[in-house]
Design a protein around this ligand. Structure first.
Ligand code: IMP
Length: 430
């Protein structure tokens, strides 16, 4: 049985929600392996809209096991809220349907405060984070001062962990002009939330190993996008986790051999939320039109997304760094009605043509996109369910994308409805 990893192949918001939902129906286990509640996945199942940011998408379907892996940073108070909200919508959540890795680091209120305080410093360029404490929580993880799920079970360990974290945080807060942390209030708040979190705590690596041996299908659900990866993204304008497919193994405790197929989610054009380089960004009427037609507003923060033409250079790069076997191309219908479409096929860097995004920030800033023009189509592609429903120009556009990114289309999504999908390759059966 194949296990599938789904990753965003651009800057996030590629339309992963629908694809992950479609795949999770066919999976037995759905596991998150990085990020936290900075993600925003909207699922529409039988007309009901579910908004998830921390819980795996499989949670809304009965009979599945949803897993939060150790690669995630978990805000326990947000967890309680999201569980309550979903229960209010009739979703059943029990320790049989949700498991949280015991070695998952927690996001504390002080992480959110620090994240926002840093973003307000005007002396350095803002990252444009979601303000949810993601970066500071990962810093504490690698700084070996995080409080992890398992620490909540023993009051003495919890106090010792909090004290270790506060030696660092109080010093930092003094420098930023923030009040020292109220240690006792923080411990009390953690003790209060502990029973809910511990109810779902499990040795996830072991459970997944057993599921795999029993031939169960595992879907690894990525959040954000590969260009926000801490190593391979547009650093420092990135999130603080590894987003690329290799993280599915480390972020759950499985070996890399557990991954059989990597599905990259790719939008038919490009968007980005927050600050940072974006060579093919459009600040004109075309960009405005992509944003309006594509309803490009952030699910988590409501921010307007920056829009641009499809950048094949970047997607070729992320397909390589994530080892993408096939892509799901989404939102093709947003391109309906453009007379001419452009695809970025390379960059001009100081008069030289290059075929990848350089790592140095100053070189990135000097990259001028080189475009190839293609005729658009006037017919609607919205809701197409077979290649025959697509105008010839749209098929040509898709074929050209495949050629340029050196990766085939496995799925083509033509509307938010799950049935409006053209299936070329089933990732679980490949
Ligand atoms: P952070 O993850 O909150 O630290 O934000 C770092 C960067 O990642 C910012 O540019 C955010 O806009 C971006 N980001 C984080 N999560 C998402 C997401 O789910 N979709 C798109 N961008 C995201």
């Amino acid at each position: 049985m194949a296990n599938v990893v789904v990753v965003g192949a651009q800057w996030g918001d590629e339309g992963k929600g629908k694809i992950v939902d479609w795949l999770s129906e066919r999976a037995d286990v759905i596991a998150r392996f990085q990020g936290g509640h900075n993600a925003g996945h909207t699922l529409v199942v039988d007309g009901e809209v579910y908004k998830l940011s921390l819980l795996p998408s499989g949670i809304v379907r009965g009979g599945k096991l949803s897993v939060i892996g150790n690669g995630v940073v978990l805000d326990p108070w947000h967890l309680v809220k999201e569980i309550a909200q979903l229960r209010g919508q009739g979703v059943t959540i029990t320790p049989e349907t949700l498991m949280i890795a015991e070695n998952t680091p927690l996001i504390l209120p002080i992480h959110g405060e620090l994240d926002r305080a840093r973003e307000e410093q005007t002396s350095v360029a803002r990252i444009g984070t979601t303000g949810r404490g993601i970066g500071p929580a990962y810093e504490d993880k690698v700084g070996r001062r995080a409080i992890r799920v398992a620490d909540l079970a023993d009051p003495a360990t919890l106090e010792a962990r909090v004290d270790r974290a506060l030696v660092h945080h109080d010093a930092l807060r003094r420098g930023l002009g923030l009040e020292p942390v109220d240690r006792d209030a923080l411990i009390a708040a953690l003790q209060e939330v502990a029973p809910t979190v511990l109810e779902y705590a499990a040795p996830v690596w072991k459970v997944l190993d057993e599921k795999r041996r029993a031939g169960r299908r595992i879907l690894f659900e990525g959040a954000q996008g590969s260009l926000l990866d801490i190593d391979f993204g547009t650093y420092p304008f990135v999130t603080s986790s590894n987003v690329i497919a290799g993280q599915a193994a480390t972020g759950t405790g499985m070996g890399p051999g557990a991954i059989d197929f990597v599905l990259g989610i790719v939008k038919a054009y490009t968007t980005r939320v927050g600050e940072g380089p974006f060579p093919a960004e459009l600040k004109d009427a075309d960009g405005q039109r992509l944003g309006e037609r594509g309803r490009e507003f952030g699910t988590v923060t409501g921010r307007k997304r920056r829009c641009g033409w499809f950048d094949a250079v970047l997607v070729r790069q992320t397909c390589a760094t994530s080892g993408v076997n096939g892509i799901a191309l989404t939102k093709l219908d947003v391109l309906d009605g453009f007379e001419t479409l452009k695809i970025c096929t390379g960059y001009d860097l100081d008069g030289e043509r290059i075929d990848y995004l350089p790592t140095a920030a100053d070189a990135q800033a000097r990259c001028v996109p080189v475009y190839e023009e293609m005729p658009g189509w006037s017919q609607s592609t919205e809701g197409a369910r077979s290649w025959n429903d697509l105008p010839a120009e749209a098929i040509k556009y898709v074929r050209r994308v495949e050629e340029l990114i050196r990766c085939p289309v496995a799925l083509l999504s033509t509307s938010p409805e799950r049935e409006d999908t053209i299936l070329v390759t089933d990732p679980f059966e490949d």
